[in-house]
Ligand binder design. Structure first.
Ligand SMILES: Cc1cc2nc3c(=O)[nH]c(=O)nc-3n(C[C@H](O)[C@H](O)[C@H](O)COP(=O)(O)O)c2cc1C
Length: 323
């Protein structure tokens, strides 16, 4: 198990943001394989603390970590401090993630209506109690992912201080409120005000869709780094591109040949994780990988109806031949 220390990690910290159904083990392995040696941190998709303590095998399996993915932070959601602590203890004993993250930013109704996700921003005492309860069962870093607020974009300033006092090691702030959902644009300046209010490291999140925007988001927010979500879907090269930009090079566009090589690698890892019947759940990744590419337009419909590995590979080979 690698050691994760948010304070001493080289700056800027550039990490993969947790995404339900997306940042599973297979995708994290692809991102790592494409990026190469670097202290790139993966945030695994959220898992339900209640499901973990009920002994739900599927949920616990989602938290499994392949060595290639480390260092990896497992995100949990829940609203009961004792349940969150017990889930932390179980996952740590089983899978040894390098850190835990608490979801206090998810805006989805199903989550907030149960006082989870962004709803915790309305309950600072409960949020602090969750962090303290988790702290009592683990010594690995605990981070929290929040939004700017529920509806007021300055809420996060006081909320972040509460979390810092509760012992949080790192905060990520998505530059939108819960009420905004995904509308408008992420406000990196407002994220910067949260950064100024605390002395723990803060990551800026929201709308960092291209490698070229990573440094801009850091400059505007003065944060310690960024967490990238949608910008990595269909584009696991974003982290490698940033390394190239930081080294003063201009990244080459990803060729179709390289894209197809990586899609095939991702498919193989997806099938290894979920079994041979799981081709249908890979289609979502296919649409991201080929989004907006004009020369594959005619193959798009086939991509969305494939049922077997052979069918997917045949479509991919057809695309290559038409080059
Ligand atoms: C498909 C999808 C699933 C997501 N699942 C999670 C999640 O499990 N936990 C979380 O904290 N945020 C989740 N998010 C939010 C992202 O981590 C991120 O905060 C948000 O998309 C803004 O960043 P971006 O503009 O880089 O996409 C999800 C976002 C997407 C698009």
């Amino acid at each position: 198990m690698a050691i994760l220390d948010w304070k001493t990690l080289p700056r800027p910290i550039v990490a993969l943001s947790p995404m339900a159904d997306m940042t599973d083990s297979a995708f994290c392995r692809v991102v790592k394989a494409v990026t190469g040696e670097t202290p790139l941190i993966m945030f695994r998709e959220m898992v339900s603390s209640e499901a973990v303590i009920r002994g739900n095998d599927k949920t616990l399996g989602m938290a499994a970590i392949h060595d290639d993915e480390r260092p990896l932070v497992q995100q949990l959601f829940g609203s009961d401090p004792a349940t969150m602590a017990e889930a932390t203890r179980i996952i740590e004993a089983e899978h040894h993630p390098e850190g835990f993250d608490v979801n206090m930013g998810c805006p989805v109704y199903k989550i907030v209506s149960n006082f989870n996700g962004a709803a915790l921003m309305k309950e600072p005492e409960r949020a602090a109690a969750i962090v303290k309860a988790m702290r009592s069962v683990t010594s690995v870093p605990i981070s929290v992912k929040i939004r700017l607020g529920w509806s007021d974009p300055t809420d996060a300033i006081t909320f972040a201080k509460v979390l810092e006092d509760a012992g949080v090691d790192l905060l990520t702030v998505h530059g939108r409120t819960r009420m905004q959902g995904y509308s408008g644009v992420a406000d990196w300046e407002a994220v910067g005000k949260v950064k100024q209010a605390v002395s723990i490291p803060v990551l800026c999140n929201g709308d960092v869709h291209k490698a070229e925007l990573i440094q801009t988001a850091i400059d505007i927010s003065s944060c310690d780094g960024v967490l990238i979500a949608r910008g990595a879907l269909g584009n696991p090269w974003i982290f490698k591109q940033f390394k190239e930009i930081a080294a003063g090079k201009t990244p080459e566009p990803v060729t179709l040949k390289e894209r197809i090589r990586v899609v095939k690698m991702h498919l193989a890892l997806h099938l290894e994780q979920y079994g041979p019947e799981s081709v249908t759940t890979f289609r979502k990744h296919m649409s991201w990988y080929f989004k907006g590419l004009p020369h594959v337009k005619s193959h798009r419909e086939k991509m969305m109806t494939v049922k077997t590995r052979e069918e997917i590979e045949a479509v991919l080979d057809e695309i290559l031949v038409t080059l």
